[in-house]
Design a protein around this ligand. Sequence first.
Ligand code: SF4
Ligand code: SF4
Length: 633
Amino acid sequence: MNNREKSIDPASLKMIAKAYSENVEICWDRYEAQQPQCGFGELGTCCRNCLQGPCRINPFGEPKTGICGASADTIVARNLLRSVTGGAATHVDHAFEAVEILQMAAEGSVPYDIKDEVKLYAIAAQLGIDGDGKDKYALAKELTQVIFADFGPSGGETMKYLLAMAPAERVEAWRSLGILPKSPDQEIRRSLHESTMGVDADPVNLLLNTAKMGLVDCYSGLKLGTDIQDIVFGTPAPVKSEANLGVLERDKVNIVVHGHVPFLSEKIVEWARRLEPEAIAAGAAGIQLAGLCCTGNEVLMRQGVAPAGNYLSQELALISGATDLIVVDVQCIMPSLPQVASCYHTRVVTTHAIGKIPGAEHIPFEPETADEDAARIVRMGIEAFARRDKAKIDIPSDKSEIWGGFSVEAIVGALATLDADNPLKPLVDNIAAGNILGAVGIVGCNNTRFTQDKVIVGLAKELLRQNVLLVVTGCAAHALGKAGLMNPDGAKKYAGHGLSAVLTAVGEAAGLGGPLPPVLHMGSCVDNARIGDLLAALADYLGVAIKDLPAAASAPELNHEKALSIGTWAVDLGLLTHIGMAPNVLGSPLVTKVLTEDLESLVGGKFYVEPDPVQAAEVIVSHIKAKRAALGI
Ligand code: SF4
Ligand code: SF4
């Protein structure tokens, strides 16, 4: 694998070359060391669910079953359910912590407040809680109790948050399939039980429960987490920043926040601002904060913190020699970071009780002591600045202007400048007129199997050229920001004529002084819920189901179990969901067929696998055109 195959990002390529010149091992070396990867694992036909195993099914001959008699279909379906459950569990755990913090904020026991009262009252009303005459803290306490009840004994009832937030048409579709979830904790427990040795051997039953786990992911994870974080930290509004490793600054203390949850990183932002004088006293020009992965997206969306890069850039931020401290919370954090950091002066700080890494310094983050914890970590970064090896510093100059902060509220707000009474009308009119062909959410990860960002950026350019509006989240958003598709110039350069005209009209009416970016950054992975909300609003306006909209989803370079659980929810919503590679299911023709064909007749959506971005764009555009034709537009 030569370096050109590793990334299309010039900053990454420079840092990869620097790593090799300094003999630092990075993820692409470990990827090569893993080749060839196990074919049984690739196909999903390896089972380690009991100590008689591992059992491996040979798709071309014998053995055809594991020792217990499990077939390839059973093993593949069980493995998939476990992966999707793992993905859902991360988001549910994240959202639960957010609800706990809201509860403590309402009680006044933590240094957080309620920043978006409007959203608090709106969410409470959707859950049937009367906010009249209640102050925001009393209402927030009541809201958290209603949400916590979802996590308790269900008594056979469906999750209340789902019933309150999901489109009624979808709820009925899911009810008819018997996949409406009860308590999320119960469902996660149940799916682990179901997929253990000697329980469920029926691949179709396992797949239906996998579809159910997609709903758990969204309505007890993505949607819940996003709503509560908006209440506590504020709902994002458009904000200008810059993206890529070039945001690191030679003369400043560089502190990089990484992971997924904003509870500590919001405080780091606050304390980095407050402790600037200490950094200056230490000889720095100030403190530069930068973000990686979805913690990076969270602090971009609400604070304008510059994103330094996505999943495959995390080691490269350290290779620059300019990162003084990297502080991490949970998910997508390479355990190699302390090893890479040991070649430089960089301090690696873990903060979460379930996210420790040998070789890192651990500062346990507690909401009650959030200020003290954040101040301590920022001061550790200032201290590290003094120990820099200047000879090892080489910051790539590459960075692009980006706009983030496009919550649904922000998008509707921008559209309202064209039609205050009926903000969705200009969007729908332009879709009907064909100026906007349709909309696609491009989301998800990087993956060493792909050239970093190549499929994401290639797909986005093809879709924009054909007037498809793009909303993005996660590491895909980083990729598109770095590549220059997330600023007004990107509209002129990449959007087709019709889309470009609409973006210009909306951007100018909204006072942005130019077009809206052609790629609207809606946030982190949990913020995929915002894409669901936007689609639900459009479907509601048109009086159709989400599955009938000229829309699709795509995770071009997926890697994490979370991408599978989010993708499962997208399919549940009724969306054609493109993925750049097949998950480990190809060892079961039955499972493969259900995921890529049969699900469409059940929920309206299905998975579509295609690694080539141009080919994928062609199929997605055909799908959008077919949906338009069915709507008579
Ligand atoms: S559960 Fe069955 S297939 Fe899996 S390891 Fe045990 S015996 Fe083998
Ligand atoms: S998009 Fe994927 S790789 Fe990136 S932070 Fe999210 S889960 Fe991790």
